[in-house]
Design a protein around this ligand. Structure first.
Ligand SMILES: [Zn+2]
Length: 396
């Protein structure tokens, strides 16, 4: 009996000790939360009027229409409103016998602009986000699926994409929440949820968010050959969770880890439209195709107001644009919160400046320049991951 007691005691001790790292991870989320609040309290936009107005939204969103999601339109609309988004880009999986792009949210709903896109599977399993979607009658299975004028094609899941030679895409989804989440260790995630979900449901993202090194390398490579825009996809399904359901189908205990309001909070697309244009589908897609946009991990601090511009005396340009190299070509980067700016030229970091809100860079060489911004004040590991990923400026 004594022996059994001893074994039980040791087991109990082991169990308690095994929970120390998770208690510590919860404490770190608490610290991160305070650091984010501090950063947001210092949010200050240096220059607002450069002839462009900024709109924020999310891309790569699924509803119940394309299978493996139970998300309802009303939930998607209210999540967009709660996140103060101005647009949502729907990307429904295609169905053989009905047109999911036609049936999904499009146009204005509750003050939010919806674009009715598709996520198209090619015969070799490559995926393209096609915006707006293509009618089901056109399900030819060819990369020539993009056949409507003004359509935008984005490579989804670049880590498993193969048709790189194709010209059917304008951009690449350099970051995807779902792909990143798939790298989670399920045991670690289980205890993180147990310890931290109640207090920090959104911030749990911080425990697995990682810079998409491989996709960024791929993008930099493509950029040496042609213009390719970079986007982030929320890949919102609202279908990751744990639940206990009784025989009548009633949920007894339910915990959803990726409801739309959380998903729409993590990462967003910030798009710049000329001030004389209104936000509609045509203008939004045109701006995306131009690369007039950046990726902001707004969960870690509001990225609104970030600007990456170029001038050479004769021309003023923004991210996504080309500019000619002259004696006076300059890049300017403005941040809404002091951060660390990493300037990347043709895939290599050429400068790293810490805790500044403005940087001017004199351009001496032609090349493709893009920016990553970090907030080291958030502490590790989040402070080591990008807070903003810009689109490039092409100095020709
Ligand atoms: Zn998807």
């Amino acid at each position: 009996m004594k022996r059994v007691k001893k074994v039980l005691l040791v087991l109990l001790l082991l169990m308690l000790v095994s929970q120390i790292p998770f208690a510590y991870r919860r404490y770190k989320l608490h610290k991160l939360n305070s650091a984010i609040q501090l950063a947001n309290s210092k949010h200050n936009v240096l220059e607002t009027d450069q002839g462009y107005k900024e709109y924020r939204g999310v891309a790569h969103v699924h509803s119940f229409l394309g299978g493996h999601s139970s998300g309802q339109f009303a939930d998607i609309i209210s999540a967009a409103q709660a996140n103060q988004l101005q647009f949502v880009i729907m990307t429904e999986h295609k169905e053989k016998d009905f047109d999911t792009a036609e049936m999904t949210l499009k146009g204005d709903h509750g003050g939010v602009l919806f674009v009715n896109g598709n996520e198209v599977s090619l015969p070799n399993d490559d995926r393209l986000l096609v915006l707006p979607g293509t009618p089901f009658a056109d399900l030819s299975g060819q990369s020539s699926q993009r056949n409507l004028p003004g359509q935008v094609g984005i490579v989804a899941y670049p880590e498993s994409f193969k048709s790189w030679q194709s010209t059917a895409y304008d951009g690449i989804e350099v970051y995807n929440v779902y792909s990143n989440a798939r790298q989670i260790n399920p045991i670690v995630a289980f205890f993180d949820v147990l310890w931290s979900h109640r207090s920090y449901p959104d911030l749990l993202f911080a425990s697995f968010y990682k810079r998409p090194d491989e996709n960024l390398r791929r993008w930099d490579q493509l950029l040496t050959t042609r213009k390719v825009i970079g986007l982030a996809g929320n890949d919102a399904h609202a279908n990751i969770g744990l639940s206990l359901i009784d025989s009548s189908g009633k949920t007894l205990v339910g915990l959803q880890l990726d409801p739309y309001p959380t998903s729409f909070h993590l990462v967003r697309l910030h798009v710049l439209l000329p001030t004389d244009q209104k936000l509609d589908q045509t203008n939004l897609l045109a701006a995306l195709r131009e690369g007039h946009c950046f990726i902001g991990f707004d969960l870690f601090g509001d990225t609104s107001g970030f600007r990456f511009t170029a001038k050479n005396g004769a021309e003023n340009r923004i991210q996504g644009d080309e500019i000619a190299l002259t004696q006076n070509t300059r890049l300017e980067i403005a941040l809404p919160v002091a951060g660390s700016i990493r300037l990347v030229k043709d895939g290599s970091a050429i400068g790293n400046d810490g805790q500044i809100t403005f940087k001017e860079f004199e351009v001496k060489e032609k090349g493709v320049y893009r920016v990553e911004v970090y907030l080291p004040q958030l502490g590790r590991p989040v402070g080591d991951q990008p807070w903003i990923i810009s689109n490039p400026i092409y100095v020709r």
